[in-house]
Each structure stands twice: as structure tokens, then as C-alpha cells.
Design a protein around this ligand. Structure first.
Ligand code: BEZ
Length: 346
């Protein structure tokens, strides 16, 4: 009898151990699930293990911003909010991630505004060419009414738009040709993210565009399938494009925001205090991202020159007719895009 009882206890302990291992630390892992814990005041407060997914490698600024967000959540919640980060498309494409966030099986995403513009066209506003004088100006634009209204368009899709994270602005890389003015791009085949405003901007110069996903770009340019690409300096370094392109025109013609979003399923279950912690933590991460990145511009240009690329600038005024074409085409398609252009085009 004694032996049977001992076995029963061992079995119970083993089952508990398996459950604890499956749950990581004994806390329930979410999308959005929480466990109550008791605060020193005696008031029960939930604790969470939340998941965040994004597409960039751990060396990219958006991942560093995710780490900062994690740290801020932990600090501001007194350890109640833990974050697991899944970089490098570990949870699938951006379409997969948005689907999982909508369903509540993933809590947060840093999703490119470029991808979102295919689901919620107002995000195309962020690709208004030459809308901001520099990255700090774009970072200040995060706080404007129009930026918030654009985030609000995600609500219909079960997503809560929280903020924007900026890394580098867009530049132009060319394999063999030093492009000195927009017209020099006529006839070149360039990789441009498959988002209509970005592609239209390039097509208006006479270039043709290929909407290749990031992992295919290196070999496409190496083998001459494409003649160059729209990119940022960050990814030029992390993906080693300097090995296969000779020329880098630092045009900074468009910003490149990731949209920080949270699942409505997760958010709606949270008390206001925890929603506020999330909002403040993401604000800190977004400021960290833009400010740190702004300070790296010269260093990144030097890194690429040292790697053998010719890094140069093109006078932005040469793009004036193409800016006008963008504004005239996209402004009338959406009142939010028109408001964005009117707000930032000086
Ligand atoms: C791109 O597709 O060009 C890209 C995506 C994420 C970060 C940087 C670049």
C-alpha cells in the first residue's frame, strides 16, 4: 500500500514537471493568456508570457528595438510581463504573422508598413517620397494625428496598431552602373518591395521592378537577374550586399517604418494599467530605435566605403517631378494619404 502511495506521488510530480516544462517556466504561455499573481498590496495582478514576431535578423535595429521593448516591459511591470522574441521570420512570412496576431496565437508583431499597405492602403502614405528631412523628423511624425489615424485602420482586422519603429531610410544600390540622376535608371531592373507606392515611384523613372523577397535578393543581383535594388544601409550591411553591388546612392528618399502591433484578442483582455505599460514600453523602444539609428548613418556609410562600394548622394531636387507624380496619383486615392501629404510636404 505504502509503495502504491509513493508511486502515486511520483506520478503526480512527474506530470507536474512535464506540464511545467511544456509551459517553459510554470507560467502559462500566451497568445494572450495570463496567470494571476498576487502583488505585495494583496491585489491580484496578471502576469504574462507574450510572443513577438518580426522578419529581420538579430543584428537589425528592429530586433534591437524588440530587445529594448522586452526590457522595458519587464521593468515597468515589475517582472509580470515577459516577452519571447521570434526574429528572422521564424514564425513565417509577414502574412502568416499578421494572421497569427489576428487570431491571438502571437501577441505582437513588428510588421513592415510596406506589407501592411497591401492590407490597409492608407499605410502607403509613409512612402510619400522625400516627405521628411531626416530620420528624427520622421520619428517626430509618429506622434501626429495623421500617423495615429493610419494606425487606427488596423482595428477592422483584429489588430491594434501601437506605434512605428524606424530603421534606416531607403537608398538605391546598383550592381555596375553609377546612377547620377533618376533618368539613368531607365531600363534597369531593380528589386523593389512588392508594395504599389514603392514600385510606382521607381517605374515612374523608367526602371522595371522585381518584387523579390529579401532572402532571394543577394543571389539575384550576384547572377545579374537584377541590376540593383531599393534597400536601407542597415540591410546592405547585415545581408552583405556590398559583396555584389558597386554603387550606393544614399538618397534617403523614403522612410521605412515597421508597425508595432498587438493582437486585439490579447489587448482586450488586459486591464488598463497593463495596456498603458505596453504603450509606454513601445514608445521607449521606438525612440531608442530611431535615435540610435540616426547616430549610425555616417558609420554605416564608412563601413560600406571601406568594403569597396562607391557611396554618394543624388541631389533630391532632381526627383521633384517624380514626387509630384506620386502626390498626384496617391493623394486622391485615400483621404488619409492626402492628409499625410498635406501635413508633411513643405
Ligand atoms: C526589405 O524588404 O527591403 C527590408 C525588410 C526589412 C528590413 C529591411 C529591409
Amino acid at each position: 500500500m505504502k509503495k502504491v502511495k509513493k508511486w502515486g506521488v511520483s506520478l503526480l510530480a512527474a506530470s507536474l514537471a512535464i506540464f511545467m516544462t511544456a509551459c517553459g517556466s510554470g507560467e502559462v504561455k500566451t497568445g494572450g493568456t495570463s496567470t494571476p499573481s498576487t502583488a505585495p498590496s494583496g491585489e491580484a495582478k496578471p502576469s504574462y508570457t507574450l510572443k513577438l514576431a518580426h522578419i529581420t535578423p538579430p543584428t537589425h535595429m528592429w530586433h534591437l528595438a524588440a530587445e529594448k521593448f522586452k526590457e522595458e516591459l519587464d521593468k515597468r511591470s515589475g517582472g509580470r510581463m515577459k516577452l519571447e522574441i521570434y526574429p528572422s521570420s521564424q514564425l513565417g512570412t509577414e502574412a502568416d504573422m499578421v494572421q497569427q496576431i489576428g487570431a491571438g496565437s502571437v501577441d505582437f508583431g513588428f510588421i513592415t508598413a510596406a506589407y501592411l499597405s497591401s492590407r490597409s492602403p492608407s499605410f502607403a502614405a509613409w512612402f510619400t517620397p522625400y516627405a521628411f528631412k531626416d530620420l528624427q523628423a520622421a520619428n517626430e511624425a509618429r506622434k501626429t494625428e495623421i500617423a495615429k489615424k493610419i494606425l487606427g485602420t488596423l482595428e477592422q482586422q483584429g489588430l491594434v496598431g501601437l506605434d512605428y519603429l524606424f530603421a534606416g531610410q531607403r537608398v538605391m544600390l546598383f550592381k555596375d552602373k553609377e546612377v547620377l540622376k533618376p533618368e539613368d535608371m531607365a531600363g534597369l531592373k531593380l528589386r523593389v518591395t512588392p508594395s504599389p507606392p514603392l514600385q510606382d515611384f521607381y517605374k515612374s523613372t523608367g526602371a522595371s521592378t522585381e518584387g523579390l523577397p529579401l532572402p532571394e535578393v543577394y543571389s539575384a543581383v550576384q547572377t545579374g537577374v537584377i541590376d540593383g535594388m531599393d534597400m536601407d544601409l542597415d540591410a546592405t550591411i547585415t545581408n552583405k550586399y556590398y559583396e555584389v553591388v558597386k554603387y550606393g546612392a544614399v538618397t534617403n528618399h523614403m522612410v521605412w517604418p515597421a508597425v508595432a502591433m498587438v493582437s486585439k484578442v490579447t489587448f482586450d483582455k488586459m486591464p488598463d494599467e497593463d495596456k498603458q505599460i505596453i504603450r509606454e514600453a513601445i514608445d521607449a523602444a521606438a525612440n531608442f530605435s530611431a535615435t540610435t539609428r540616426a547616430g549610425q548613418e555616417e558609420e554605416f556609410k564608412k563601413t560600406l566605403s571601406d568594403k569597396g562600394m562607391k557611396i554618394y548622394e543624388i541631389d533630391p531636387a532632381l526627383f521633384d517631378p517624380y514626387k509630384k507624380q506620386f502626390d498626384e496619383k496617391y493623394g486622391p486615392t485615400d483621404p488619409l494619404i492626402q492628409e499625410f501629404i498635406d501635413t508633411f510636404r513643405k
